[in-house]
Design a protein around this ligand. Structure first.
Ligand code: EPZ
Length: 421
């Protein structure tokens, strides 16, 4: 449990370097078990999801040396296929161990994954693909038991461009017999990062970033190499929102501008300048509303930024509409924002939010986090409010993705601290 105490009303201004991406490092860590060589991972974020994933790797028999943002991982002596239940339940991302362990050990025992409660989080696309590649999968109570001979490459047409399923199939295909083609693959930048990592390992993966990915199975993978994790585009975008909502300005100096939904910051009236891997944003005097914004798969508006924009549009000059198309329960922040006077209505099917921007939001010491990005959305709206807010992060969701949100925002002139227990 962490209580964040924020004295809002200050402009968020300054320059910041963004940490490594949670949603890139997690599949890359699972991919490490494909390799018999030693891997040095740089720019690895110090977040609890990484802590838990490293515990899984060690329990599987990997040797890990950790020095702040640098990890040295050796999977040569991997001797288990069993993902411990308590850790698998912690994180949705544990599901991608299926593909890599089946590749390496031809066996995996895992519990149905946990993670942020965002609604149904089925894994049918993962299971169907692995079965098509030759896995034999049984569900016994809450365990998933998979065995296979050598997996075989095939054509997999995803009915939805699932990020996790795309990653799982890639990891399953790297050591399979023959070629695997993924149709309707997810195009998120984190998929490109995974491909770049695997290619350095000696795997034959092509097409990441497009909706067709090809993987040609190889006999084995055994390389010593190093790799630097991409910066976190969702955290970068969240800090752009922090400046936008407080009439501030911010320079992000290590990000790929094309990975950010900058057009939406222009729509709300921000001035944005980009130069190579830097983005500068100047907030407007007043936030313009957005008639209609819907979340979608990349390159659409990222669902992981929906809660942050919900906070931002709660103080816009007029009416905005947000439609959440990816997760069917990513609306719980509305109940927290209503505690501070936000004027938000939610449709019957809980997918559409009608936001009438108001300026008279009021402080609260009783804001509760429901998931990682929702928690960040509450921090951002507290930065706007001229007063003191307390955010009760009972399950430490924010630390799952942010190395140190207090350090980062104080560097940007915020007044935020952690309250003693
Ligand atoms: C990844 O989750 C991210 N997590 C999520 O970030 C992100 O919101 C999501 O991709 C979408 O971009 C990690 O990378 C660790 P999906 P994932 O499979 O892989 C349905 C965060 O806050 N679906 O693309 O679970 C599913 O129900 C987290 O950092 C199926 O129907 O996302 C959902 O509606 C939250 N069957 C949609 O696809 C399946 O087999 C998106 O899921 C798999 C998914």
């Amino acid at each position: 449990m962490t209580k964040y105490f924020i004295k809002g009303g200050k402009k968020i201004c300054g320059e910041i370097k963004i940490q490594g991406a949670k949603n890139s490092v997690l599949p890359i860590l699972a991919a490490c078990i494909l390799n018999y060589g030693e891997i040095t991972l740089k720019n690895c974020p110090e977040i609890s999801d990484v802590d838990n994933t490293l515990k899984i790797l060690e329990l599987l028999g990997c040797k890990i040396i950790r020095e702040k943002n640098i990890l040295i991982i050796n999977s040569r002596n991997l001797d288990s296929s069993n993902i411990p239940e308590n850790l698998a339940c912690e994180m949705r991302s544990s599901i991608v161990f299926m593909g890599s362990l089946l590749s390496r050990n031809k066996k995996v025992i895992i519990t149905k994954p946990g993670g942020c409660k965002l609604g149904d989080r089925p894994i049918d696309l993962h299971i169907d693909a692995l079965i098509k590649m030759g896995a034999n999968i049984k569900f016994i109570e809450n365990k998933i038991i998979c065995v296979c001979d050598k997996l075989k490459g095939c054509v997999i047409n995803l009915k939805f461009a699932s990020v996790g399923a795309t990653q799982n199939i890639i990891l399953a295909a790297c050591l399979a017999n023959g070629m695997t083609k993924i149709i309707n693959a997810a195009r998120e930048p984190e998929i490109i990062d995974l491909q770049n990592f695997l290619v350095k390992m000696g795997a034959k993966v092509y097409g990441a970033g497009t909706n067709e990915i090809y993987i040609f199975g190889v006999k084995n993978l055994s390389k010593n190499f190093e790799y630097k994790i991409m910066p976190d585009r969702i955290i970068a975008s969240s800090y752009l929102v922090a400046s936008a909502i407080t009439k501030g300005d911010i320079l992000i100096n290590n990000i790929t501008p094309a990975h950010l939904p900058l057009n939406y910051f222009l729509k709300i009236g921000c001035m944005v300048k980009i130069h190579k891997n830097k983005v500068f944003l100047q907030a407007p005097e007043n936030i313009k509303p957005i008639d209609y914004l819907e979340t979608d798969v990349y390159p659409g508006f990222p669902t992981d930024l929906q809660s942050q924009f919900l906070s931002l549009l709660s103080v816009a000059n007029g009416k905005s509409i947000i439609k959440e198309k990816i997760f069917n329960e990513r609306y719980k922040n509305i109940f927290e924002l209503k505690k501070i006077n936000a004027d938000i209505k939610i449709s019957e099917d809980k997918k559409k939010f009608i936001i009438n921007g108001v300026k008279n939001l009021k402080s609260s010491n009783n804001l509760i986090t429901h998931d990682l990005r929702g928690g960040v959305g509450l921090v951002l709206v507290s930065l706007f409010i001229k007063g003191e807010c307390v955010i009760n992060d009972e399950k430490d969701f924010i630390k799952r993705g942010h190395e140190n949100i207090v350090r980062d925002l104080n560097k940007l002139s915020a007044d935020i601290k952690i309250l003693d227990k």
